[in-house]
Design a protein around this ligand. Sequence first.
Ligand SMILES: [Zn+2]
Length: 406
Amino acid sequence: MDTRALRNPYQDYDGNPASTMALFDSQGKLTLEFSQRLTGKISELLAVMENGLMSADPRDCTGYTGWAGIALLYLHLHKVLGDGLLLQKALEHVSRSLKCLTRRHDVTFLCGDAGPLAVAAVVFYRLQRVQESEECINRLLQLYPSVVEGSGGLPDEMLYGRMGYLYALVFINQQMGQDRIPLQYIQQISNAVLVSGENQSRKFRVQNQSPLMYEWYQEPYVGAAHGLAGIYYFLMQPGFVQSEDLVLRLVKPSVDHVCRLKFPTGNYPPCIGDDRDLLVHWCHGAPGVIYMLLQAHKAFGEARYLIDALQCGEVVWHYGLLKKGYGLCHGAAGNAYAFLALYRHTHDPKHLYRACLFADWCMNYGRHGCRTPDTPYSLFEGMAGTIYFLTDLLQPLKSRFPAFEV
Ligand SMILES: [Zn+2]
């Protein structure tokens, strides 16, 4: 892990209120000085990003590397900062995205057409352009039958599979009211994911260890983006799986199978059977698995899940400042969301302190000799994701890893 990260230069939390005073108060409210530093940096990075986007791929519609991701950032900035011009920016970017939907008609929020359509529905909704918003939702729901059926060998994971479509429906409900998309839609997709997982568990002959199993490109991935942890995170959300009995009988023992994959360091492998303890990314490793563990702790109440999640926090603190840069998918900003999740779950100031210091690292963008990603200004690889994180830190208790956390 240490070959992929830069040494964490910060002093860890020592429990002394004096060491956090410059960052936040005893209620976890950020100091005026630190908030102002964040907002100043947000504006500065936004200007750099806008300039950089002039040379971005004009035909990439996606949330992950394309225009829907930039629109999602502006939608978030509008929500937190409340400036109407930011909503206009979201409209401008999502309109570009809608003009170049994926030719293969991929179905997910991050890598397919569901993201542009869902983001556009919310932008139009906020602009009170009701009819256009409804139209986008209708187009989004047109993809629904093929997702449930799984035509064309559709996988189940977040980036290209069923869960990535399910997230688009969840996003609509989060932004436009809980019943906008009826729960039955979400339950039917979850059900299809369970059936698929049982089949794959039989195929891999692991029924006795893990009643569910999933693969992507013939590999049983573990992490949040392509793997088991991301899928189980959604299957444990209240009400997503119709019967509590199925959660206990199928999901819980499968979560425990992931728990058994933990390395001695507290990190997790990218794939089952891969024993190289190298990657500390949201996409592969502890910074993504942590969401499954915290959700398991909420759902089943057993302390061991929280203990493993806290260990993920330690891994991220020591090995999370990546040479790959400052992005969400495999960068410092995405890793810092693990601290925000721990802070919301435990209210222990230690985790907020750590998130603030990772933000400090991100505010020194480009000064650590990190690699430049292929799409340097995008939401999931580049600067837009870093800005999203800095904005979320302004209201830590409301923060959510974009395009993923419910
Ligand atoms: Zn990644």
